[in-house]
Design a protein around this ligand. Structure first.
Ligand SMILES: [Cu+2]
Length: 169
């Protein structure tokens, strides 16, 4: 009984020390205080937003159906591929996961961890689409495929690729 009581006292003491920010170096309470302090400071040392997940070394993106310099007709079917990552809907940050973006006649890639803009030349496929159809004017166009995380933060050059196509009249 005495042991149980003193254990309870230790926890109580540890909590009190943590909350008040004071550290009591009494030998018997050091361990408890150290644990409590770790728990107490953890949320402070992390930012509220998850960091951009790491890109596996073998991961890459590619256009499945378009070859460099290819002549195509509009609307252009574009199939998007990725290896080493899964394609998921936007919204939450998951490891080894993200969604596709196509940049039309714009940047070749968006540096990590920049959030990709959303307009007529920066298309998001936040519902985990892997295929789309683009209406393009006749002439030469550069399409960049860019993978980004659930918060639209670009994985950078490593998970991007470009293709030049020629849309015939
Ligand atoms: Cu996006």
């Amino acid at each position: 009984m005495k042991q149980v009581l003193s254990f309870f006292t230790l926890i109580l003491f540890g909590l009190t020390a943590c909350n008040s920010g004071k550290v009591d170096n009494t030998a018997s309470t050091t361990d408890t205080i150290a644990k409590q302090d770790t728990m107490h400071t953890m949320p402070m040392s992390n930012s509220d937003v998850d960091p951009l997940p790491e890109v596996p070394a073998d991961a890459k993106v590619f256009f499945k159906n378009l070859k460099e310099g290819e002549t195509v007709t509009s609307p252009v079917t574009v199939e998007m591929g990725v290896t080493g990552m899964s394609v998921d809907s936007a919204g939450i940050v998951k490891q080894k996961s993200g969604h596709f973006h196509i940049l039309i006649d714009a940047e070749k890639f968006i540096p990590a961890p920049e959030v990709i803009g959303k307009d007529s030349t920066h298309l998001h496929f936040g519902n985990a689409q892997e295929k789309t159809s683009l209406t393009l004017t006749p002439g030469k166009h550069t399409l960049a495929l860019q993978f980004a995380d659930g918060l639209h933060r670009s994985y950078g050059e490593k998970l991007s690729t470009t293709v030049n196509i020629d849309v015939k009249k």
